[in-house]
Design a protein around this ligand. Sequence first.
Ligand code: AMP
Ligand code: TRP
Length: 341
Amino acid sequence: MIGFGSSNVISTPSNSVVFSGLQPTGHLQIGNYFGAVQNFVKLQTQYECYYAIVDYHAITVEHDPEELRRNTLEMGFDLLACGLDPKQCVLFVQSQVPEHTELAWILSAVTSYGDLQRMTQFKEKGETQEFVSCGLFTYPVLQAADILAYKASKVPVGEDQVQHIELTRRIARRFNARFGETFPEPDVLLTAALRLMSLADPERKMSKSLGPKHYIALNESEESIREKIKTAVTDVGPRTETKEKSPGVANLFLLLKLSASQEIYDQFESDYARGVLKYEPLKRAVADCLVKTLEPIRARKAQLKESEVREILHEGARTARAVARQTLAEVRERIGVGKLI
Ligand code: AMP
Ligand code: TRP
């Protein structure tokens, strides 16, 4: 059982509530790890944290049911392997807490249609879909419900989600103005502004959707990590006039920064500054350090049993539900539904 008390009080920083959600896209890649999950792991020691695998968001575009079920569990494995600790945070699957969808409906009544039309993620994703669902349009309302069900005041996300959190603030503000102070207006905790780029095309963000040569999965074999780093694009090398690194080289340096000791990193920086950097040893160092950084994650994942992961997620949902239920009772009361007199 997780040792949290009631989480209604969110007034002081020491008991701030953090919420974040991750779409169940299957195995995590190292961009997700360094750009998001590592930060989740740090936050769990400082705040009351709720992390949801948001399967209801995943159904807003066409999907395969079996694959979604597999990916949802897989994400549970990966997040636990990365160091999310069920004793320190609440990890659960969104659809196991039906209060999220109930609150989403209520919040849709205080969400402006015009605001939703302005969401860039909707415009971008909509363009790639043959069938544009209503769910894709109201996706940010469910996201607001995820956050506000726990009265979270901090939301660690990447840059691309900032607009959704701003909308969440507007929704909270409008609800509070109409029905009385209920929700805090959550702030974005920008996950370190780092952007890991594709290994094969370093002008694009590392993402699974680009294809296997572009990313390294968290559970990639040592051999495959070494091969991908070895063949990573370095472009034309240092641009001597500006001393600026080419995107591919900058990306290798970023990987080194994320996984190597300061001494190793400084050594390569100094080689670069003196114009004596060779890509081969740089790549070898990046591969060595990355393999070493990912090894404990692989080891933890190998130890996890499916039954254990399921149990952690069920327990997480029970804990989350107890909190979300209280928020819903308050919200229903405030808007005048549910109780008949
Ligand atoms: P996604 O599933 O692509 O929306 O990513 C989930 C989280 O991982 C978000 O917080 C992203 O900002 C982060 N993330 C994904 N890819 C990268 C990347 N290449 N570099 C840094 N962060 C990333
Ligand atoms: N929309 C987010 C993404 O695509 C995932 C998400 C759903 C989320 N609900 C959330 C993130 C609540 C933060 C808070 O990455």
